[in-house]
Design a binder for this molecule. Structure first.
Ligand code: MG
Ligand code: MG
Length: 264
């Protein structure tokens, strides 16, 4: 993690957008296979092959020793789940986080999927976590601070009694997967660095159905809710260009696979 914010030109941002586009198409390819009976490792294989076949490199594989192309976080796993031979079951929820490195820049975003038929409370958790991401994006504009984003996410989800994970935050992105500033999902408007033209950030609410406390498994990666209640995770990449705020990532390709309507 670099300690200074690295500002990007509109040309740099175009390149980040290309990496981001491949993330979106990879998530959609993986989405086709999110079905009961499918092992997590298989989804990771599909994702990695798709990234490499389209000229990218998986950003996460080898990052600080992370072993896989995708982070696959099932049910009570919040983020950083390592794909293993666990088989998806009807009623599960699965966060798929994908990173692509291409042309010197990283793309990184995530979506939480339903596996088969899920309970109403899980459906609401997913829907509201996604909504909270857009609440954050709504206030992501030059002149506001990262605290505006955190407050928007937090205020929205806490009304439902959900928890906002504190240990992990969104981040800047560019030549490095994780750059400054930290973009936390809690806080107050005015807290944190001011958003400025040339910044590219990942906003990624990690929301728990129960208490917000999380623990890390012995593998050193898997972040799980302490009360084992489910968690959801959505992530978009947002740039502040000379033309204003632009969402570089899109759920359009996922929506085509799911047959759903997506705002972005
Ligand atoms: Mg991220
Ligand atoms: Mg991510």
């Amino acid at each position: 993690m670099f300690n200074r914010i690295r500002f990007k030109s509109d040309e740099d941002i175009e390149l980040i957008k290309r990496s981001s586009l491949l993330v979106g198409k990879t998530l959609a390819e993986v989405a086709k296979h999110i079905l009961p009976g499918v092992p997590l490792k298989f989804l990771d294989k599909i994702g990695e092959e798709f990234i490499r076949d389209h000229g990218g490199t998986p950003s996460f594989k080898g990052y600080e020793g992370f072993p896989s192309a995708l982070c696959l976080s099932l049910n009570d796993v919040v983020v950083h789940g390592i794909p293993n031979m666990t088989v998806l079951e009807d009623g599960d929820i699965l966060s798929v986080d994908c990173g692509v490195y291409m042309n010197g820049y990283h793309g990184d975003y995530a979506y939480t999927f339903a596996v088969g038929n899920i309970s109403e409370d899980k459906r609401l958790l997913i829907e509201r976590t996604k909504n909270s991401l857009y609440k954050g994006i709504d206030v992501a504009k030059v002149g506001n601070t990262t605290g505006h984003i955190g407050a928007a996410v937090q205020n929205y989800v806490e009304q439902f009694g959900y928890g906002v994970v504190r240990e992990l935050c969104g981040h800047g992105i560019g030549k490095e997967l994780h750059e400054k500033p930290d973009v936390c999902n809690y806080g107050r408007p005015g807290d944190g660095p001011r958003l400025q033209t040339g910044m590219v950030i990942c906003i990624e609410p990690m929301i728990t159905m129960g208490k917000r406390k999380i623990t890390c498994d012995h593998d050193g990666w898997t972040m799980r809710t302490a009360d084992h209640k489910p968690a959801a995770h959505f992530e978009h990449q947002v740039a502040f260009t000379t033309h204003g705020t632009e969402i570089l990532s899109t759920y359009k390709y996922i929506a085509e696979v799911l047959g759903s309507e997506e705002k972005y």
